[in-house]
Ligand binder design. Structure first.
Ligand code: HEM
Length: 533
């Protein structure tokens, strides 16, 4: 039986005189030191978190207990790939204001849209966005999306903002028609004629990337031609957006991972696309770009013009930045939107039949739909709006830093300056106070004029509702490419629907989704047949 006496613990001589056991003493002292070394920082960290939690001005707002203590909580929500649906559950439980981080409130308060996403320059993006930057010549370099300083951002945006206006993108319609015609031919030859099942969701992605290649520098990447992600760009783009979402929960991690000068561990570059962008720019500047036809303007042309008109703001480096941002910000977002539109519409035979009848009454098969005619179709318009509401491509909080004067909430409480707040397009898009009790259902008809609703009342409702569709963000940081992406969607959807009979191969298909910064999806496997009427 083991002795409990200290003497025994130190060992005894046969005469009973305690023996000095040096090894044991050292072990004891080391054990104490180790305990202190481990315990002291743990206690200090705990105290730090405890005091921060207790004294936080956001303590009074409801939310999961752990979320108030550490951003690791929201990192876990991002990792789950179910970010938006999980946040929706939290709003159901806690109401319109949910504390989802020690310094962050997620607001389902569309009435504050114009305040938080304003144009007055007082509200800045949070450090979340800075992870989407690169190190060039040893210096961290931001682009229009990742620059959080509003003054610097305005200088970047000023030379190019008009190039994204409706007239500027309308001038690219001939380019768009050529990619659409190409897309139709590939579908016809690969799936309709051989009667093969089509991974339609994937093909919408190839189309979106080739579309952006054409309008950006008059050159398709070749995803439609090859029929797969032949250079891994699409997969890499997913990784870089996931990196943004994950590191963005604790932006300092980016400095340790990607921005450390010794061994950067950030997402891989979209190197092939970067190479193509640089090659095209160099050839164009030398007048050797065989793909370019001056009668068909593209963004590269627009950016070179911006360099001529604003030489103090635009150089060749910034042109490459503008070109790449077009691709990173514009391809997947538009693909996600088109995929969602087809998925939800195909799942709802009534909606599909109504939309198909409308587009077929106007467009002949294999005729790339003109933007003007497509925009005039009320039901197509309703379906596009409903898709942006129901499945926005961005499905996380768009974080903003509260300016020094604070944010007054509708109930009179004030969120102090320096804290972060934001709205999530997915959450606000399903706000029942705005869209009705059936906001969780996909129903484009809600956008149409109701029986007995006057023109003025319908118009007013649309204005209010459009302010609750945050799919493109808002204020001075609103999506620059929204006119372009909407043109892409409004043109291709009716063209496809009037060219082919499209149906889900499995009517009960449940697609794969992953909600992080982008609400990514896979699926929409279809049978495509020649148009039957
Ligand atoms: C359906 C398609 C698209 C959706 C849903 C979408 C969504 C968004 C959203 C929500 C933001 C704001 C993010 C924030 O404030 O936190 C944004 C910003 C941006 N988007 Fe888009 N986008 C789409 C297509 C495009 C396209 C086609 C382009 C370019 C060709 C583009 C370029 C940009 C740029 C440059 C910004 C940063 C604007 C700034 O901070 O000044 N987007 N987009």
């Amino acid at each position: 039986m083991a002795s409990a006496s200290p003497a025994a613990a130190h060992g005894s001589s046969p005469t009973g005189t305690p023996e000095f056991d040096l090894a044991q003493v050292l072990a004891d002292v080391w054990g104490h030191k180790l305990s202190i070394l481990v315990l002291a920082p743990s206690v200090a960290v705990f105290l730090w978190f405890f005091v921060a939690y207790q004294t936080s001005p956001l303590k009074k707002y409801p939310g999961p207990f752990l979320a108030g203590w550490t951003n690791l909580w929201r990192l876990r929500q991002v990792i789950s790939g179910e970010y938006a649906p999980r946040m929706a559950k939290l709003h159901k439980k806690y109401g319109p204001i949910v504390r989802i981080g020690p310094n962050l409130l997620d607001l389902d308060l569309p009435e504050l849209y114009r305040v938080i996403y304003s144009t007055d320059g007082k509200w800045t993006k949070s450090a979340f966005y800075q992870n989407s930057s690169s190190v060039i010549d040893g210096k961290i370099t931001y682009h229009m999306f990742s620059e959080i300083d509003n003054v610097k951002h305005a200088l970047m945006k000023r030379p190019v903002v008009r190039k994204y206006s409706v007239p500027a993108v309308l001038a690219m319609e001939p380019h768009m028609d050529s990619v659409i015609a190409d897309f139709l031919q590939h579908l016809q030859k690969r799936f309709v004629e051989p009667k093969k099942v089509c991974e339609f969701g994937e093909w919408l992605g190839y189309y979106a990337w080739d579309f952006l290649g054409i309008v950006t520098f008059s050159k398709k990447f070749g995803y439609l031609e090859k029929g797969y992600d032949y250079d891994g760009t699409l997969a890499t783009a997913d990784k870089s957006i996931d990196y943004l979402a994950l590191c963005g929960q604790m932006p300092w991690t980016d400095h340790i991972l990607d921005k450390n000068p010794v061994y950067p561990l950030g997402p891989p570059n979209i190197s092939n696309v970067t190479r193509i962008a640089i090659e095209n720019m160099t050839a164009r500047l030398k007048g050797e770009d065989a793909n370019f036809n001056p009668a068909k303007p593209d963004f590269l042309q627009y950016f070179i013009e911006a360099k001529d008109t604003h030489p103090e703001l635009v150089n060749e480096g910034s042109i490459v930045g503008y070109l790449l941002l077009n691709l990173i910000a514009g391809a997947d977002t538009t693909a996600i939107t088109m995929r969602a539109l087809f998925y939800y519409t195909l799942k709802n035979p009534r909606v599909w039949a109504k939309l198909q009848a409308e587009v077929r009454s106007v467009f002949a098969p294999f005729e790339p739909a003109s933007h003007a005619k497509a925009r005039a179709l009320p039901y197509l318009d309703a379906v596009v709006h409903e898709t942006l509401r129901y499945h926005p491509a961005v499905s996380m909080v768009m974080e903003r830093v509260v300016p020094p004067e604070g944010l007054v909430l509708p109930d009179g409480r004030v969120v102090p300056g320096g804290q972060m707040v934001g709205m999530n397009p997915y959450i606000v898009g399903r706000n029942k106070g705005v869209f009705g009790d059936d906001a969780d259902e996909f129903d484009p008809d809600r956008w149409l004029q109701r029986a007995g609703e006057s023109d003025a009342a319908h118009h007013g409702r649309m204005q209010r509702w459009n302010m609750s569709i945050l799919a493109f963000g808002g204020g001075s940081r609103i999506c620059l490419g929204r006119n372009l992406s909407m043109m892409e969607v409004y043109k291709v959807v009716p063209t496809l629907m009037s060219s082919f009979d499209i149906e889900l191969t499995d009517k009960n298909e449940t697609w794969w989704t992953c909600s992080r910064w982008f609400y990514r999806t896979k699926g929409v496997v279809c049978n495509l047949k020649p148009r039957s009427d």
